[in-house]
Design a protein. Structure first.
Length: 371
């Protein structure tokens, strides 16, 4: 069966990667002739390395494809014809019930291969945010070319500067016996946190908090995620309000029937309400980190931060999904609703609104067909 909603599939293919979508087909089309793309691929299998990966919120009729009760799955979308997305695509979920057999049949990939492990790593993440992907893959010994991660030098520098300011109180605390921390100490510790490199101050904090090595490493990764999410939220604050207002003003170009207009109006209201709710929930979750970190650096109470590091993994997934949904809506809106964007007919506008709704709650459909 051909994809009945190829327009949404085309939008996914044409747009850049977002926190919900990793567009490997677009990376191939833009970077396929580069040496680094050929020498350091994300996936060794050429077919897999030209797919689209989507963090997909399962529909109710998709829950029975899994044994673990999950609500979000990593979807591998395989274009039928990469040159013409109107022919549609097929998909398979990572870890669906017939996953191993399907992967053997479609890609010739088995569980002992690196590509299988890379998919498992990406499936474990709450979103396909490039910073988190790169960090988690590096933790697992995988270092693909930079072209797979939509991180500019300016973004990396901005993140580094944010982390430096965030950890300054901790560095000063750890060097209290030697006086206030110098700029060099802060920069070195920030670089170690961002690179997963071991260091005296990092390791000694784990010992002070009486955490096992595994507990500490997992907690620090999630701490890094919280820092990144906090930085991301600061950046989103500049755009989320204007994007919400823009969504509230969207109108279809050309004719539209009464049912379509009614849905568009209701969907716009729902999305704006959910954007505000999600944004506020993210801020409340980040306050948990701020309180624990303040207890450590201001009150000298390390146990509050120890509790945070132990509990961070359980908060990390939902927080990442919420931030990812907001990032996806902002980045896709910039792409599709910009001043130079093509007119939006009622059918395409409804598909986009459905996509935004599915990013904010547990239903959705991107129009591909199951293998």
């Amino acid at each position: 069966m051909v994809d009945r909603s190829y327009r949404s599939f085309e939008n996914l293919e044409r747009s850049a990667s977002t926190a919900r979508v990793l567009n490997l087909l677009k990376v191939y089309k833009e970077k396929g002739n580069n040496i680094e793309w050929r020498d350091r691929p994300l996936f060794l299998n050429p077919k897999l390395n030209r797919c689209l990966l989507i963090k997909h919120r399962l529909r109710r009729n998709e829950y029975d494809r899994f044994m673990d009760g999950r609500s979000v799955a990593l979807k591998i979308v395989i274009p039928i014809d990469g040159r013409d997305l109107k022919t549609g695509g097929m998909y398979i979920f990572v870890d669906q019930i017939n996953y191993e057999a399907a992967m053997r049949e479609i890609f010739g990939i088995t569980p002992d291969q690196t590509d299988w492990s890379v998919l498992s790593v990406l499936d474990s993440l709450p979103s396909l945010d490039p910073f988190l992907m790169r960090e988690q893959l590096a933790r697992n010994g995988v270092s693909p070319a930079d072209c797979y991660f939509a991180l500019s030098d300016a973004d990396l520098q901005g993140m580094l500067e944010f982390v430096q300011e965030e950890i300054r109180p901790l560095v000063e605390l750890s060097l209290a016996s030697q006086g206030a921390a110098g700029v060099g100490s802060v920069e070195r510790m920030a670089a170690k946190i961002l690179s997963n490199a071991p260091g005296d101050h990092i390791e000694s904090l784990g010992q002070t908090l009486r955490l096992s090595r595994d507990q500490y490493q997992e907690g620090v990764f999630c701490w890094k995620g919280f820092l990144y999410y906090k930085w991301s939220l600061n950046r989103l604050m500049k755009e989320i309000s204007s994007v919400s207002q823009l969504i509230g003003s969207l109108r279809p170009d050309g004719p539209a029937d009464a049912m379509s207009i009614d849905y568009i109006e209701r969907s716009r209201r729902f999305i704006r309400t959910e954007i505000a709710r999600t944004f506020n929930e993210v801020r409340e979750t980040l306050k948990i980190y701020d309180t624990a970190y303040g207890s450590l650096t201001l009150d000298g109470n390390p146990m509050a931060f120890r509790t945070f590091l132990l509990e961070a993994p359980s908060m990390f997934q939902s927080l990442g999904e919420q931030i990812g949904a907001l990032q996806h809506i902002v980045s896709f809106s910039r792409y599709r609703f910009g001043k130079k964007a093509a007119p939006l007919g009622s059918e395409e506008l409804m598909e986009i609104l459905m996509d935004f709704e599915s990013s904010l709650r547990s239903v959705g459909d991107d129009g591909t067909i199951l293998i």
